[in-house]
Design a protein around this ligand. Structure first.
Ligand SMILES: Nc1ncnc2c1ncn2[C@@H]1O[C@H](COP(=O)(O)OP(=O)(O)O)[C@@H](O)[C@H]1O
Ligand SMILES: [Mg+2]
Length: 394
């Protein structure tokens, strides 16, 4: 095969991907095909896509040809002092012939991936004039290093990856909008029915009061839904930044406990604390929202005279882990994987307390924007422990 024939064949395969962009091929499959093709046609050992996480300002692996998704999940690459970060901030391709000679190479990733990067080519992923990440080709085989043809081909593949990512984000948005509209219909239908009822003059006073109470409840539900929708949409669009600052853990918790006190008193639920003196580096208003949601859940899904305990401990050196445990209804294991999904509510709980099913999704977004994680342990009929981590101020 001549050089020209090989180049033509490469472009033919790149074209193949463009056709699939408009088919209903699944997002991850498409990204997987892109990194696989990079490995083959650029003749490299590995290829990866990293995306900018607007909250933490770090890069995170979306896919890597040589790794499984769960293996790359927690690897973050800072924008400063990394080659990928350089490509994102400058918006230009970059070839590194010998990584060992490169002072800004972020060596941590190789360590975590059990991989040795010798040389690399990276190009920015761009949508709407904004750099959203990078596509990298790592360890060129042979002696000659990356060519300008390699840069051209990787740039085209990067624009295809960018389209796939953009499409996936738009789909997610329209799914969310469809769900929102669906959720709004139930209370709106109830309100509509109530107004027709209230117009009748044969309605006795007691029945009229009943209907008015329903109107009141359904309006509350609409207000709660709109607030939660807005919060989540803002968080997910990445348009609101967090305002980081020093937050005293003790203050944060006691503020939140004071707010939920009337609710816990009404069910005669005790709240106990065990908190070390720690200063968090975070957005106080947002962190309050997380803790308030966990606390209201611990009250809502708890029995009369139940218990709630809030504790905290240092986690992995630079994080603090905050835990809210309750003696409530608990959650059976089949529901646990879905708990942090938008609108998900455990079916058995739905007539025990009102809610939107968005609180935990919002909490997860906020915690992740802080660079932390949130998880749950629970035993049905015994109780639950919700834990999350946030950075310590140092
Ligand atoms: N502490 C808890 N104990 C038992 N179940 C819980 C607890 N916290 C959350 N859940 C379950 O998770 C679901 C989702 O929680 P969330 O997103 O806060 O929505 P909401 O509180 O509006 O129902 C709840 O509907 C409930 O079924
Ligand atoms: Mg909730």
């Amino acid at each position: 095969v001549t050089q020209v024939e090989q180049t033509l064949e490469n472009y033919r395969r790149i074209l193949e991907i463009s056709k699939q962009l408009n088919s209903n091929l699944e997002y991850r499959t498409l990204l997987h095909q892109i990194v696989t093709i990079v490995v083959e046609i650029l003749n490299v050992e590995a290829s990866s896509i990293m995306l900018l996480d607007p909250g933490s300002g770090e890069l995170r692996f979306e896919i890597a040809s040589n790794m499984k998704a769960h293996e790359t999940e927690n690897i973050a690459v800072p924008l400063e002092k990394s080659i990928a970060g350089w490509i994102v901030t400058h918006g230009e391709p970059r070839v590194i012939k010998d990584v060992a000679q490169e002072p800004i190479h972020f060596r941590q990733v190789d360590k975590e991936m059990h991989f040795k990067t010798r040389n690399l080519l990276g190009v920015p992923l761009i949508t709407h004039d904004k750099v959203i990440g990078v596509l990298q080709a790592v360890n060129k085989r042979g002696e000659n290093g990356f060519t300008s043809e390699d840069i051209n081909q990787l740039t085209i593949l990067a624009s295809q990856a960018a389209v796939a990512i953009e499409n996936a984000r738009l789909f997610q948005q329209s799914d969310f909008i469809a769900e929102i509209v669906h959720e709004l219909r139930t209370p709106l239908a109830a309100l509509k029915a109530s107004t027709s009822l209230l117009r009748r003059d044969d309605l006795d006073a007691e029945r009229r009061n009943q209907v008015l109470r329903l109107v009141d409840e359904e309006t509350d539900r609409l207000i709660a839904l709109s607030t939660d929708f807005l919060d989540l949409a803002r968080l997910e669009s990445g348009r609101i930044g967090l305002v980081f600052g020093k937050v005293s853990l003790e203050e944060l918790v006691s503020d939140c406990v004071a707010i939920v006190q009337p609710q816990s008193d009404a069910k005669d639920i005790s709240i106990t604390l065990d908190l070390p003196e720690i200063v968090i580096n975070g957005d106080k208003t947002k962190l309050k929202q997380v803790l308030l949601n966990l606390l209201t859940n611990a009250i809502k899904y708890n029995r009369h005279q139940g218990r709630i305990h809030i504790s905290a401990a240092s986690h992995d050196g630079d994080m603090v882990r905050i835990e809210v445990s309750d003696s409530g209804y608990g959650i059976s294991s089949e529901h646990l994987p879905s708990l942090f999904r938008k609108f998900y509510r455990v079916p058995e709980h739905q007539n025990r307390a009102s809610g939107t099913g968005l609180g935990l999704a919002i909490s997860k977004s906020i915690v992740e924007l802080h660079g932390g994680a949130i998880w749950v342990h629970s035993i049905a009929e015994k109780g639950s422990i919700f834990s999350f981590t946030v950075p310590v101020f140092s």
